[in-house]
Design a protein around this ligand. Sequence first.
Ligand code: MSP
Length: 524
Amino acid sequence: MAAADSFYITTPIFYVNDVPHIGHAYTEVAADVLARWHRQRGDDTWLLTGTDEHGQKILRTAVANDTTPQAWADRLVESAWLPLLETIDIRNDDFIRTTEPRHETAVATFLQKLYDDGHIYSGEYEGYYCVGCEEYKQLDDLLETEDGDYAGQLVCKIHGRPVELLKEKNYFFRMSAFEQKLLDLYENTPGFVQPASVRNEIIQFVKQGLADLSISRSSFDWGIKVPWDDSHVVYVWFDALLNYITAIGYGVGASDKPDEQFQRRWPAVHIVGKDIARFHAVIWPAMLMAAGLEVPKAVFGHGWLLVGGEKMSKSKLTGIAPSQITDTFGSDAFRYYFLSAIAFGQDGSFSWEDLSARYQAELANGFGNLASRVVAMVTRYFDGAVPSVDIDPKIATLEKRVTDEANTAIGSFAINEALAVIWQLVDALNLYITENEPWALAKDPAAKARLEHVLASAVHGLGTLAVLLSPVLPKAAARLWEALGGQGELDAQPIDRAWAWTGAGQVTPLETSLFPRIEQDVTV
Ligand code: MSP
């Protein structure tokens, strides 16, 4: 059992057959925002991400590109997956690759333990396999196409590509033995699978009856060898799911005595796309139960980014590279847009028009302009010295309410709701400035006290915004914090007391807007 203040959060580990698109980046950003928020709340936070490098999909891609799977994976990790983290400003604490020895050794330890304890047996399997999903499929997961390239063949509903009929001698994990325990878990811990739509789907799936799971393959060798039979490699999902514990040191010591990092951090919160919620909410807890380990704290299955009503994907050629957006709008805008425009847990459609419009209205005009104006007025009217007077009680009350509500929303993964609530403060401050017209007060010497009160209140509200927005807009919030003369590092400001921030009492003008106007037509 981890310490009470542990917040260990993970993203899925990504297949390295191709480069990332904005769907992958969306998952990364959501997990990063939650991690930054918890870090700023003082929790013992750890964000893990990484890459999934074994299996047939990677092997085939490498062969098609005339190289080895290891060389292919190395190339993609270096040239695409690690740079992605920079592009969208992810502050991860670790990055695991499933080809690292720390992972491979611990997977073998885990598997051997399950084998020794009687959870694994050998058998024969015949079924349809989708290499895109790296999964055996049931008939209702497939479609028979009548026309097009694959006419007359069975294709996977997710990938739209033909499945392959496989017949192999495999090792099986007795997953069926955990059916009731899983149902009890969903019943007794309602927050285990979220949101409710994904939870219901998982419960329905398990209620239909759980089969045992084939966990090895013998027709190719790109994988971790089964420790007691080196003619088999471990099934790629069984291997991949274990990254969440191997990365924090499971299997480093004796198998029954996981190491200190593991004790400190496990169990985790898993952020995944809803497409892979089943692996995380059914197979994964069953594996952990078999090994006598704690199940995850929660599995959150977020929605898909859609293009033309379909899941954005490279295999369907609808993928957009994250840098296409960040090159023009910057990483902060990328992070803000996807987390505010899409309800976390639901699908959402991306469009350049919507991105541009929200950038302009919410970031440039709403927040950025507010910051520039207030700082400029304090500079002009008070030589940069923030008047040391009481702030407007209405603003102070709003700062407290917004802080509390945003914290509550984040606690239940409602990132878009947290942002909506924070934007109430942005809007209220804009209205406050419009209504009080400090530029008019500045012309009237008799209104000096009023001007001091209004600008001190606006500065205070802005400081609270910097603290609250730091997880989502780390770059812009840091610039604002500096301009306001905020005391201490911004990301060390307790976010659950955002309104209690203090400043040095002196502002420095922002040389350029936090969110400059984008002149070019981004839709072409
Ligand atoms: N390697 C497995 C995961 C193993 S985790 C133990 C895998 N990789 S993946 O690269 O195909 O995709 C991983 C994740 O990327 C998805 O679960 C989802 O979080 C994200 N997305 C991929 N396409 C997406 C969209 N179009 N929209 C939103 N998220 C998307 O599955």
